[in-house]
Design a protein around this ligand. Structure first.
Ligand code: NAD
Length: 238
């Protein structure tokens, strides 16, 4: 059966790279769902809508076999917006997928779902969710992930991928801000002894993980219902 792809949040940093990767391997049926349009491409069908709106989602999910869910509000917002998009929006997307007969949902989660501010060394997917998150983004990413995993058992195959920081060309929220602060002499304070480790993964590797998940998540594979941390190799000093 030929596949058709919908990248939710496809106008964002990660989502657009997933779109480009699908196009680069010759996929003919590539759709984007986003609240804004950030690029033009005649090979892509754009659905401009809000993930919190069922009617927008159902219209975009018709005829789709595989959904990548990469949408999330940008950094530094309040609990209400994170909750409405990352939790309610994700729940509505799951409902729309099930109603429209979508076969696979790959959710971009975050390693922050298991982070409570304390160092994690050599952590793996057996780590439990934390009791107390350090911010509303992390908490709502956990709730969104839980909603996705709970959908296992419906006719929808589901998995959650958990990158930490993502870097690469066109990234605007992380490294460009760090460099700007450095240039402005605003990085005068250091937490700890300078040996804190932080995991940053190159965009192509995160995209590759999403494509691998979609290509291999079949009814009999152990992927559905699973979570995976996504990383380059070794964490870097931060
Ligand atoms: P991004 O902000 O570049 O892209 C997110 C996209 O979601 C944007 O295009 C935005 O318009 C869209 N969106 C937001 N609210 C929406 C709504 N209500 N309806 C429809 N679309 C909406 O973010 P990104 O850096 O590409 O991150 C992609 C995903 O990866 C997110 O789920 C994020 O939580 C996760 N993640 C990112 C990083 C990172 O370092 N960038 C790390 C770990 C996890």
């Amino acid at each position: 059966m030929s596949k058709s792809y919908l990248v939710v949040g496809g106008c964002g940093f990660l989502g657009r790279y997933i779109v480009e990767s699908l196009l680069a391997r010759g996929e003919k049926n590539v759709h984007v769902f986003d609240i804004r349009k950030s690029f033009e491409d005649d090979r892509v069908t754009f659905h401009i809508g809000d993930i919190r709106k069922t009617e927008d989602l159902e219209s975009a999910c018709k005829g789709i076999t595989t959904v990548f869910h990469t949408a999330s509000p940008t950094h530094g917002m309040g609990y209400d917006i994170y909750y409405s998009v990352n939790v309610i929006g994700t729940e509505r997307l799951i409902e729309a997928c099930i109603k429209c007969g979508v076969k696979q949902l790959v959710y971009t989660s975050s390693s922050s779902v298991v982070f409570n501010g304390k160092d994690i060394v050599n952590g793996d997917e057996t780590l439990p969710y934390v009791d107390k998150h350090i911010d509303p983004y992390n908490k709502t990413k956990e709730l969104g992930e839980r909603a996705v995993l709970k959908a296992k058992g419906s006719n929808l195959l589901v998995c959650a991928l958990r990158p930490a920081g993502i870097f690469g060309p066109r990234e605007v929220q992380g490294w460009p801000q760090f460099l700007k602060a450095a240039k402005e002499g605003k990085n005068k304070f250091m937490f700890g002894d300078g040996n804190n480790l932080c995991d940053w993964t190159y965009i192509d590797n995160v995209v590759h993980a999403h494509i691998l998940a979609a290509d291999n998540m079949t009814t009999n594979s152990p992927i559905s219902g699973s979570v995976y941390f996504i990383t380059n190799d070794e964490p870097i000093p931060f």
